[in-house]
Design a protein around this ligand. Structure first.
Ligand code: SF4
Length: 94
């Protein structure tokens, strides 16, 4: 069984997890909070978040995070590069 089959979002309106509008205010912020509350009770939230972070930019709420929050996570966990060094050389040294 795929982890997605265990997600609590399968029992919710899919639109809840794809908010539209200004994420910081009003109805959109309430929608995000409601979606995150569902994720907070979800038994596969960890796997969902890992998938969304590893996959790259994906729309919507996954693993209790917005795409902006996942982008910040990627930046925090990305290997640090030495200034001026080509990315490939830094990655080979890691
Ligand atoms: S963490 Fe949230 S988006 Fe991911 S499967 Fe669970 S309910 Fe769905």
């Amino acid at each position: 069984m795929d982890w997605r089959d265990e997600g609590l979002c399968l029992r919710e309106d899919p639109d809840l997890f794809f908010p539209i509008g200004d994420f910081r205010s009003g109805v959109t912020a309430l929608q995000i909070a409601e979606a995150k509350a569902v994720c907070g009770r979800c038994p596969v939230a960890g796997r969902c978040l890992s998938w969304a972070v590893d996959t790259g930019p994906v729309e919507g709420i996954w693993g209790g995070t917005t795409e902006g929050e996942r982008r910040a996570l990627r930046l925090r966990t990305m290997p640090r590069r030495t200034a001026g060094a080509p990315a490939a050389a830094t990655e080979e040294a890691a």
